[in-house]
Design a protein around this ligand. Sequence first.
Ligand SMILES: *Cc1c(COP(=O)(O)O)cnc(C)c1O
Length: 383
Amino acid sequence: MIPYGRQHIDQQDIDAIVEVLRSDFLTQGPVVDRFEQTVADYCGVPHAVAVNSATSALHLAYLALGVGHGDEVWTVPNTFVATANAALHCGAQVDFVDIDPVYWNMDVDALEAKLKAAHAKNRLPRVVVPVHFAGMPCDMPRIHALSQEFGFRIVEDASHAIGARIGDTRIGNCHHSDLCVFSFHPVKIITTGEGGMILGGDEELDLRMRELRSHGVTRDPARMQGNNAGGWYYEQTALGFNFRLTDIQAALGCSQMNKIEKFLSRRRALADRYDELLSECDIDLPARDTVRQSAWHLYVAQVPERNLVYESMRAAGIGVNVHYIPVHLQPYYRERGFCEGDCPVAEAYYRQALTLPLHPGMTDSEQAAVASGLQAALRVVRR
Ligand SMILES: *Cc1c(COP(=O)(O)O)cnc(C)c1O
């Protein structure tokens, strides 16, 4: 089976991990600090907090921005369930903004209309979470302008989008958001096995998330309520978690960062070639933009008779996939009042969505096999 996504691990990655195994620190230590600095420098942002998953990263980002009972967090249905779930874990309510039919990202006109309606009812969200779907950046300048007008905070779910750009600047610089989250799950752009990171420009948010990452405990005398009684002394000042990343994982992350430009350019080349190979198929392929450049985590097409095409390609050993089942249609969310018709664009998109295999280790001949497999399946369903 040609997988839809896969990590790319080389001898340098393995050597980096073995080196940590022989060192003093296995859990969070100096290599986590180095990984945070490496990613922060790459993105051009002052602060970065590494955690054990993007799910944990979203949870800490929301908590740091004060999300709790009585608050609303808005995101899109075209995302992984974790984006919304993390808000529920904070005690907040979730609501969904539909996607646009071109980029399949948050529809900023729909967001603006929903904000106006919410303003009239005094139910504005505390946080809005745009998701850079498939690696294509959302229209962040416009979402940021709305945040100024309506007074909400922004967390970017950039799980797909490390290395994506808006003009000359990288996603993660937080020029148009409060915080930005990356995932290092093996199918994403770079991996730490499991892992995530929160980037931001605000030092207080950074310190708060560092404490929450490790049980809400501080060893910084400046942040203690009592007197620092000695070198052994620490204080728990908030209810935190163990969301730490290990130095073993961070070593893999640092090593992967050495290759990120190579990964991104291979992904870009594969996406360009899919565009060519599939140009005669008469199906919708990912939209391009002159200013916003995708990191190409996913290559998604819109195909007729998606279920049949999916089954026929799977039977041919091609690991196509579907991203995403709209979150609001999950049974858990239906039980909380959402239903079919709430986000018609995301629902229509989902019915035809098909993710084609794309990862840096994929060969040209594997890609040709995917394209001809799709062409064959389309001929059958169109007959
Ligand atoms: C992968 C992903 C997550 C969750 O990432 P983990 O690191 O697996 O917790 C969240 N949001 C989106 C959009 C994702 O693709």
